[in-house]
Design a protein around this ligand. Structure first.
Ligand SMILES: Cc1cc2nc3c(=O)[nH]c(=O)nc-3n(C[C@H](O)[C@H](O)[C@H](O)COP(=O)(O)O)c2cc1C
Length: 187
């Protein structure tokens, strides 16, 4: 995996080496135990009030609903997501049933954290994940028909990354993370 030469020494290898591949080995299947471990990692994520406002639809190549998901991929993601050993559609529970009442103010935040846990568990298992939004959300929602209150947010392609050169990864600096949110002090 690629390493940013400016990366601070001491970052945990799972974090330092995680990257989102754009090619997966289509011959590397994700078995049932691995799938359970990935969802187990998501299950133990923290959430506001322990509301756990996340849901997942998983599918692997050859399974009946795989094509029902992949047919809604954008051309950009279809190039690499179709060959991934596992596709996960992520859902958040934003509302209480059919009402406009917020189920949790932090629903999307909590889902993101659960997915972060899932991606790090994948990394620990020698797999890699690429989260993505390049799919037809309306068509996929129509296809899968989540229950009232639930909304599809993203997808995650997971599997063994295909060999090949890794794309360079860049990040804002720690100083910018600290300063960017604040207006300059008044003169
Ligand atoms: C919510 C979300 C949506 C994303 N959507 C896409 C996408 O539609 N297509 C894509 O190629 N990558 C997508 N990505 C992957 C990001 O581009 C990638 O995480 C980012 O460039 C940083 O690279 P890294 O994960 O290798 O550190 C998405 C990531 C997240 C978290």
């Amino acid at each position: 995996m690629n390493q940013d030469p400016h990366q601070l020494a001491g970052l945990h290898p799972l974090l330092a080496q995680r990257a989102s591949p754009t090619a997966f080995d289509p011959s590397a299947a994700v078995d049932d135990h691995t799938l359970d471990l990935l969802l187990e990692a998501a299950r133990w994520a923290p959430s506001a009030g322990n509301s756990q406002p996340w849901g997942f639809l998983t599918t692997r190549p050859g399974e009946p609903r795989h094509e029902r998901v992949t047919r809604h991929l954008a051309p950009s993601s279809a190039r690499w997501a179709t060959g991934a050993g596992l596709l996960v559609v992520t859902l958040t529970r934003r509302h209480v049933d059919d009402s406009t009442m917020t189920y949790s103010e932090f629903a999307d935040y909590d889902l993101g954290q659960a997915v972060a846990h899932l991606t790090l568990q994948a990394q620990a298992l020698g797999l890699a994940a690429r989260q993505f939004r390049a799919f037809d959300l309306d068509a996929l929602t129509e296809e899968l028909r989540p229950a009232p209150g639930w909304a599809i947010v993203s997808m995650v392609a997971l599997g063994k990354p295909a060999a090949g050169p890794a794309a360079p990864r860049t990040r804002r600096t720690i100083a910018d993370l600290r300063t960017a949110p604040w207006a300059p002090p008044p003169q």
